[in-house]
Structure formats: structure tokens, C-alpha cells
Design a protein around this ligand. Structure first.
Ligand SMILES: Cc1ncc(C[n+]2csc(CCOP(=O)(O)OP(=O)(O)O)c2C)c(N)n1
Ligand SMILES: [Mg+2]
Length: 336
């Protein structure tokens, strides 16, 4: 799906100055952290043979993430570092988890693709395409019954648009008036397959509408546009009207960090990199006088220092002893 011509840009007024800066700070934190995670992966320091980075998709994570509130619930697909950071992940514990170390969120047993933190509302990343979506519907059901006003957000890739479970989930959310937001991080590809080659129809917004959802699409490289549309949609979701947001973006690296992306052209990559969401927001704020060069440099320094600290923390953390492999895997219950 090409961006030009497909996106109805929402009419929005700019958010308050401190929010505009917070959106940039969040994207920068994601970018710096993921570059460090990627570099660590290439040095063999992360757990697992595969690593999925969301570099290029920061505006979607930050825009929706900052439109959410404390107490809101979410799940992600396998490319979820950015979303978790936008929702306040502790970088030390996150880095340790990605390194497979004991001080990680899940003692290193989950790694990048299964990270979770119930305290922050993160019900889990999920490596099975589409599998996190019904979990978020369960979160919505729980919120409706127990914590009215909370919204449950499922973040997933364009690959999940071809999974039946998405449509079962949208139907149930609409039928039961659940506070659920379905957010598609459309980076144009599922592994090496372009969305056009995987779906007979590209009318996903209409598809969601026929299920009874309020559905929108947005330029996922423009963080302020994402934030504005997400705020509007999440408010509707809080009242029990499930919503769908298709955000169009791009992953700057391959499917995994080591994938050289032979299935897409260098010209295409370059065209998207020219629309770098972090750079766009930086320039926008500098030109508007909403941010000084010094303040930006300071922000970048802080992000890098946080990464240094997180990598040092993860490196110093031990691995779990092998005897602990099977602990915390199943809930211990008396047979009855
Ligand atoms: C049910 C299922 N089928 C196939 C796979 C293998 N697989 C892993 S990631 C992926 C592509 C996912 O694409 P998308 O949902 O667009 O997310 P992206 O990687 O682009 O962020 C596939 C097919 C899987 N993990 N789960
Ligand atoms: Mg994709």
C-alpha cells in the first residue's frame, strides 16, 4: 500500500507544546534503545537467533502510546519494543530481558518477543501472528466489568489482517460493546510479502466498519497526526465503541535485524527514510520554535545515557541457572 493517495489526513490542531516535545522525546528514546538492541544483537549478546526492530515505526508507538492513559491495557505483536517503551518500560529490565538475563522482566525466559509487564498494563508481546488480538479483547471484557474507563489496545502488523482471529475478535468486541482498540502497524510487508500480494482487497477500513467498528487510517510517519486520531478513537473506545486504526509506516531494517530485505528496492527504502518520523518531528519543532537545538541535544544525550545504563545493567545481570528452566512456566495448582 503506497502512502500517497491512500491516506485521509485527519484535520487536527497541534497538541500542547509539552506534548509535542514528549512525542519527540519518546520516539528518540525508542530509536536510541532499538539501535542499541540491534547493535547488541549483531554482537551476539541478545537471546535468540532473531530480533525484530520497530525503527521507522516510532510515530505509531509514541502517538498511540501517549494517547493512552495509566491503567490502560495492551498487547503487542513480535515487533513491540517501541510500544512498550512508549508505555513506560523500565529500560534496564527490558534490556536484561532482551539479553535473556535474570534481572529481566521475565527473568530472561521471554526475551524480546514475549516480554510483558502487568503492572504497566502490558499483557504480553506475542510471536504468533494475530494471537495477541483476542487477548486484548479479553482485556476489554475485563475492563468493562471491573474497571470502566480503561481501554484495551491490540497492536499488530499488517500480516495479521489475513488472520481469521482478527475478524472473530472484532465481531465479539462490537457485539459486546467492549472498550477495545485494534491498531494495525502497517509497515507494508509481512516478512518478504507486500500487503498487496497477501490480500485480495485493501479496503481494511471499510472491512472494520462492516463489523461495527469506528475505523480510521493515518499517516504513521507523522506522530502528531497519529496522536490526534488515537486520542479521538480511544475516547470512543472507553465508552464501549470498539475502534480500528490503520497506521501506514515502514520498518527501516529488514524483518529481522540481519535480513537484508532483498524483496524491496533501495529506492523504496530511501523514499521512506526521507520521511523519518523522528527527524520530521525534530525539524517541525525547531522550525516552530517549540524546541531549541540545545534542548534537542540534551534529549539525545539523556536517551543515550539511559541506553548505556541499561546495557551495563543487562550485561552485569547473571543468567538463570538451568535448574530454573521449568519454574514459573505453569501455575502451580493442587489437582482435585
Ligand atoms: C500464525 C503465524 N504464521 C506465521 C508466522 C511466521 N511469521 C513470523 S512474523 C511474520 C510476518 C508478520 O508480518 P506482520 O504481521 O506484518 O508484522 P511485521 O513483522 O511486519 O511487523 C510471519 C509470517 C507466525 N509467527 N505466526
Ligand atoms: Mg508488516
Amino acid at each position: 500500500m503506497r502512502v500517497e493517495g491512500h491516506i485521509a489526513m485527519p484535520q487536527h490542531t497541534s497538541p500542547p507544546p509539552e506534548t509535542r516535545v514528549a512525542l519527540l522525546r519518546t520516539m528518540l528514546r525508542i530509536r536510541e534503545t532499538e539501535e542499541r538492541i540491534g547493535a547488541s544483537h549483531l554482537r551476539g549478546l541478545t537471546a535468540g537467533s532473531m530480533l525484530h526492530l520497530s525503527i521507522g515505526e516510532e510515530a505509531i508507538a509514541a502517538g498511540v502510546g501517549l494517547a493512552m492513559r495509566d491503567g490502560d491495557l495492551f498487547t503487542t505483536h513480535h515487533r513491540g519494543h517501541g510500544i512498550f517503551i512508549a508505555r513506560g518500560a523500565d529500560l534496564d529490565r527490558m534490556m536484561a530481558e532482551v539479553f535473556g538475563k535474570r534481572d529481566g522482566y521475565l527473568q530472561g525466559k521471554g526475551g524480546s518477543m514475549h516480554i510483558a509487564d502487568i503492572a504497566l498494563g502490558h499483557m504480553g508481546a506475542n510471536a504468533i501472528v494475530g494471537a495477541n488480538i483476542p487477548i486484548s479483547v479479553g482485556g476489554g471484557l475485563s475492563a468493562k466489568a471491573l474497571t470502566p474507563g480503561v481501554v484495551s489496545v491490540a497492536f499488530f502488523g499488517d500480516g495479521a489482517l489475513q488472520q481469521g482471529v482478527l475478524y472473530e475478535s472484532m465481531n465479539m468486541a462490537a457485539l459486546w460493546h467492549l472498550p477495545v482498540a485494534f491498531v494495525v502497524v502497517n509497515n507494508q510487508y509481512g516478512m518478504g510479502t507486500r500487503l498487496e500480494r497477501a490480500s485480495a482487497s485493501l479496503r481494511f477500513v471499510e472491512r472494520a466498519e462492516t463489523f461495527g467498528l469506528v475505523a480510521r487510517e493515518v499517516d504513521g510517519m507523522d506522530v502528531e497526526a497519529v496522536y490526534a486520531v488515537a486520542q479521538n478513537l480511544l475516547e470512543q473506545a472507553r465508552g464501549g465503541q470498539p475502534v480500528f486504526l490503520m497506521a501506514h509506516g515502514y520498518r527501516f531494517y529488514g524483518h529481522g535485524r540481519k535480513d537484508p530485505s532483498p524483496y524491496r528496492s533501495k529506492e523504496e527504502e530511501q523514499a521512506w527514510r526521507l520521511r523519518d518520523p523522528v527527524e520530521q518531528q525534530r525539524v517541525r519543532l525547531l522550525e516552530a520554535g517549540a524546541l531549541s537545538e540545545d534542548a534537542y541535544e540534551q534529549m539525545l544525550r539523556e536517551a543515550r545515557e539511559a541506553c548505556d545504563k541499561a546495557v551495563a545493567f543487562a550485561t552485569a545481570s547473571p543468567e538463570l541457572p538451568v535448574e530454573d528452566l521449568y519454574t514459573d512456566v505453569y501455575v502451580e495448582q493442587e489437582a482435585n
